[in-house]
Write a protein of this length. Structure first.
Length: 430
């Protein structure tokens, strides 16, 4: 291969690279525009992100306030007198203990090129509260809803196992009032089933630092891959529970401004996956071209730039098919169909150009490694870089071993240094 042909091959590579950048950019744009609209639609249909807070519980105490007022008389003079007002004072009641059970069932939904981590959950919380006074008091209870977009099936409020009627006017919370006997220690229970999207969190109180005592939150999932939102507390225990996990947060006395949370696993999103594979495609083609060009120079046959044009187009067909198949079929099926199509194009073409042996053992094998396996490594979260590094090192080793005895001066049409030629001629032939 002379310099002009090599420059033509480089030009074809650059043009294919530009085409990949346009294809990858269109995938990113399609995914980004769809995500803004579809995420809102999914949240409206299924329920949005949940942040559950404990009930607000307070005791109502009547208090008297004496106020001095001035009274104007008919003769224009003024006098003062005391007026007594009866007011109701609200004093928050702390929880003596908290026992919370949450059971998650993952039910991901797909919209367009994206999967959304939707789930269903059963929530049950029991709080013990004590009336500190030696007289009966009215106690108010306000239960904030974790998400205004969600539904709450079977919602119930019970005190010592008895249903309590809720006040009218549900908005961002449910509220009720009950009477506690003198010194009564009673259990407030809240239970419902709901659905949501994305992370679920439990906050110990309003924004800022809160204090809890004798607290335990037990969480079960039907999936193994559990993660936690940034800034949340790690569970005190984590164990297997059938196909899922059981997590427990237990504290005797805790002061913190952090939360408890769960981040459900996210399925592989077809759109971002196809975009990542497409943007990385030039690396695979560069390895493929380098291997075949070098081996062609030293062992033959050396392909014409027009051959490289069609081979590059066959490489590009893999990512083009993948980009539009993922809209309609499973991402693994789309990947397999695109890979088989691209390899078939290359092998069937080179079988006519250079023979079956070259097409299968050299070009076909190289395409499987540099296109199919390199692209498949993006399915292996966390191992993509290592897989590509190993592939690059193995390729370098094979090329170095295959060309170690090549007289590159002869290959590139140069006379070389006489001493070098004498040294090479004196080497034993294998």
């Amino acid at each position: 291969m002379n310099a002009s042909r090599l420059m033509a091959v480089i030009f074809i590579f650059v043009c294919t690279l530009i085409a990949w950048m346009f294809l990858g950019g269109s995938l990113v744009q399609r995914t980004g525009q769809a995500n803004q609209q579809l995420a809102q639609e999914v949240a409206q249909l299924w329920g949005g992100r949940h942040e559950q807070r404990p009930p607000e519980v307070w005791i109502e105490r009547p208090t008297r306030r004496v106020e001095t007022v001035q009274v104007k008389k008919e003769d224009g003079s003024t006098s003062t007198r005391e007026v007594t007002h009866t007011l109701t004072e609200r004093t928050p009641l702390p929880f003596e203990s908290s026992r919370i059970d949450v059971a998650f069932e993952l039910d991901p939904r797909r919209k367009g090129l994206l999967w959304y981590a939707t789930w269903g959950a059963g929530y049950r919380a029991r709080y013990r509260v004590r009336n500190p006074d030696d007289v009966a008091r009215k106690v108010g209870i306000r239960i904030p809803f974790p998400s205004p977009e969600a539904i709450y099936d079977g919602f119930g409020l019970r005190v010592d196992g008895r249903d309590v009627g809720l006040d009218e006017g549900l908005d961002t919370h449910a509220s009720a009032q009950v009477v506690f006997a003198p010194g009564a220690d009673r259990e407030i229970e809240v239970a419902y089933r709901t659905r949501g999207l994305g992370p679920w969190t439990y906050s110990f109180g309003p924004d800022g630092v809160s204090r809890v005592r004798d607290f335990e939150l037990a969480m079960t999932t039907d999936f193994e891959d559990v993660d936690f939102p940034s800034g949340t507390l790690s569970p005190t225990t984590l164990s297997a529970d059938g196909p899922g996990r059981r997590l427990t947060w237990a504290f005797e006395s805790l002061v913190t401004g952090r939360k408890i949370g769960l981040d459900p696993p996210q399925r592989l999103n077809p759109g971002p996956f196809a975009a990542r594979v497409t943007f990385f495609a030039p690396v695979g083609l560069l390895f493929f071209m380098t291997a075949l060009v070098i081996l062609g120079m030293v062992r033959g046959p050396s392909l014409h730039p027009m051959h490289w044009f069609f081979l590059s187009a066959a490489f590009f067909s893999f990512h083009l098919l993948l980009a539009y198949l993922v809209d309609h079929v499973n991402v693994h099926v789309a990947f397999a169909l695109a890979a088989v199509t691209s390899v078939f194009l290359v092998v069937s073409y080179l079988r006519i150009v250079a023979g079956t042996r070259f097409a299968l053992l050299r070009a076909g094998l190289a395409q499987v490694v540099f296109l199919v396996l390199f692209s498949y490594s993006f399915f292996l979260e966390g191992y993509t870089g290592l897989t590509l590094t190993i592939g690059a090192v193995v390729t370098l080793f094979v090329l170095m071993q295959s060309t170690a005895r090549v007289d590159w001066a002869t290959v590139f049409g140069q006379s070389g240094d006489p001493s070098d030629r004498e040294a090479k001629s004196s080497q034993p032939q294998s």
